[in-house]
Design a protein around this ligand. Structure first.
Ligand code: FAD
Length: 567
């Protein structure tokens, strides 16, 4: 009656179980006493990879009584990444932004198992996960073990992307994990202490106090702003003799920083940084990072090498190597990111789901959907639409594909006229009636750019929540295939496809000022928006414990300033 796999309590060894035929540890979520008693039909095994935004939100929303759930992640906590830039300068303490995953699982009350290990191979043909513990070894000495699954949820996020720029791995800091933020904090203080040593000349002091941030996206901008505040509000009092030598440079390859935000926010940020003395270098591409100097390129200036004390690399994200391997295995080797359908099922891979930064929804359907919206709107089949009709079409597209709107806004294109002019390559023309084919052509320019949803916590957590709801209904749906939760007809699928709802985004700019771009094209910039930022981030904390810690850190900073010790 039972699935009798030879087992010890939880972690067992089976001979010849692995494809290698060797001695391999096997992680099993059942314990001996459970196996000794007669059971009902075994629960399906759900394995979740990752305890970040996607994985944790999935687990928090899953009805864990319905499944036999195992979680695998190399870190045993959830990290509130939006506050990592604050950790780099001691505005918030590292422990305040993390919550132990076991505490989160305990609150669920179910029997969810957690293994602190990293997955290094997915064998989807045999429904097995190859894992390696990073804290200990098994009897074989290599710490490796296997976990099998009925359903796999991949939520492993992404890694920092260096675009193969020489010297970045060796000489730059990244800002992706809590450990990265702690290292940056120590490194900032080391630069100040080094610059204060008695035997240095002025040039050497300047070099040590030159902080370079590569990448003018939200993370790079927020870090530059935090560092500027730290220097002006706290360190200038502690290092009065060298404070005038500090320089912060922000290097961005595009023409502006914060290109994913509205033009007004970009302009405000660039002006503010200019006033604050942060050297914003747009149109510069970093081509090499040596131990002492960063080389950047600009068509006008050619190569220039700038000495620096500390550099933070924040230019975007890339796929984790084991996910790239998995993609090759399942015929997605020519893609850059793991593709799923709109129900978050990995394409051509049975029972495997992916959420968050490691995946992208295959938008094959975007243009089909857009064509369908046109067809319905063009009732008289004339092939042309009025501007009003086109605006309606666009509104409909924006609701279904918020990334189209985000893309247009980020390119500072505010309407159809801009779009059509771009497609025609003619800045002068603007007509009342627009040809559908032209409009489609214009949108196809956008299409290649909108395949990816933004890599944000917002997307990852909405996907985790959506997927958990699907899993919660799955059994019910199997038992009542024609029941009310069957949403799409013709046996296509039982669940509504995932739709992302963009709730807006913040860009903290330092000096107690934040910019916010909220739905409905609502832009807000300034001190009051900073208070909105405080309230939203306090509300979004994963537990009352972290909420209390974060608020007390903010209060401590207001009263005593930031801590400058090199711990
Ligand atoms: P993650 O949250 O990165 O989680 C990945 C998980 O997978 C981790 O638990 C990791 O340990 C685990 N893992 C890694 N490798 C393996 C493996 N081999 N096997 C098993 N598990 C593995 N987004 C916003 O919306 N707003 C913001 O203000 C914001 N600010 C940010 C600031 C910073 C500094 C950073 C770095 C990101 C920020 N983001 C923000 C983006 C947001 O953090 C990511 O989009 C989000 O974390 C993605 O969630 P995820 O679950 O896909 O990945």
């Amino acid at each position: 009656a039972f699935n009798h796999r030879p087992t010890f309590t939880n972690l067992v060894l089976v001979l010849g179980a692995a494809s290698s035929g060797g001695l391999v540890a096997y992680a099993d979520s059942k314990s001996d006493d459970v196996l000794d008693k007669p059971q009902g039909p075994p629960k399906k095994k759900v394995v979740v990879l990752g305890t970040g935004w996607g994985g944790t939100t999935f687990l928090r929303n899953l009805d864990s009584k319905l499944y036999d759930v195992q979680v695998i992640s190399p870190r045993n906590y959830f990290a509130f990444t939006p506050l990592l830039p604050s950790v780099t300068c001691g505005t918030v303490e590292p422990r305040s932004v993390v919550e132990p995953i076991r505490r989160i699982l305990e609150k669920k009350g179910g029997d969810i198992k957690f293994w602190e290990a990293e997955c290094f191979k997915i064998d989807s043909a045999n429904k097995k996960i190859h894992c390696r513990s990073n804290i200990g070894t098994n009897l074989d000495g290599n710490g490796e073990f296997l976990v099998d699954y009925d359903y796999l949820v991949i939520a492993v996020g992404a890694r920092s992307n260096t675009f193969n720029t020489p010297g970045v791995e060796e000489n730059c800091h990244f800002l992706k994990e809590v450990e990265d933020a702690q290292k940056i904090r120590r490194s900032v203080m080391d630069c100040f202490e080094r610059a204060s040593l008695p035997y240095l000349n002025e040039e050497e002091r300047k070099k040590n106090l030159h902080f370079v941030v590569v990448g003018g996206g939200p993370t790079g901008v927020e870090f530059a702003a935090e560092l500027h505040d730290f220097v002006t509000e706290d360190l200038s009092k502690l290092y009065p003799s060298i404070q005038h030598l500090v320089k912060i440079s922000l290097i961005e390859a595009a023409d502006h920083i914060l290109t994913m935000f509205d033009k007004r926010i970009t302009e405000f940020a660039e002006d503010k940084f200019g006033r604050d003395g942060i050297d914003v270098k747009t149109g510069y591409k970093v081509v090499k990072v040596a131990k002492d100097a960063i080389t950047m390129q600009n068509p006008a200036t050619g190569d220039i090498a700038v000495p620096y004390g500390m550099a933070v690399w924040s230019t975007g994200i890339g796929t984790r190597p084991f996910i790239s391997e998995f993609m090759k295995q399942i015929g997605q080797g020519n893609r850059r990111v793991l593709a799923t359908d709109e129900w978050l099922r990995v394409l051509e891979c049975d029972s495997v789901y992916a959420v968050g930064d490691c995946a992208t929804i295959n938008q094959r359907r975007v243009m089909d959907d857009i064509a369908e919206i046109f067809r319905v709107t063009d009732k008289d089949n004339s092939g042309t639409l009025t501007v009003k009709e086109i605006q309606d079409v666009l509104d409909d597209i924006y609701v279904r594909y918020p990334q189209v709107e985000l893309y247009l806004k980020s390119r500072q294109m505010n309407g159809i006229a801009d779009l059509v002019r771009t497609a025609k390559g003619d800045a002068e023309k603007e007509s009342v009636e627009l040809n559908i084919e032209e409009f489609k052509k214009a949108l196809s320019l956008v299409d290649s750019q909108v395949k990816h949803l933004p890599a944000t916590a917002q997307v990852a957590s909405q996907q985790g929540q959506y997927l958990a709801r699907c899993f919660n209904k799955m059994k019910d749906a199997e038992e009542n295939p024609e029941g009310p939760i069957r949403i799409r007809g013709e046996g296509r699928h039982r669940f509504r496809p995932f739709r992302y709802r963009h709730l807006g985004q913040f860009a903290p700019l330092g000096g107690e000022q934040t910019a916010a771009q909220l739905p409905g094209d609502w832009i807000s910039i300034g001190h009051s928006t900073q208070w909105l930022w405080y309230s939203v981030y306090a509300t979004k904390q994963i537990s009352w414990r972290t909420r209390a810690l974060v608020i007390s850190d903010w209060s401590r900073r207001f009263i005593f300033g930031r801590d400058s010790s090199c711990i």
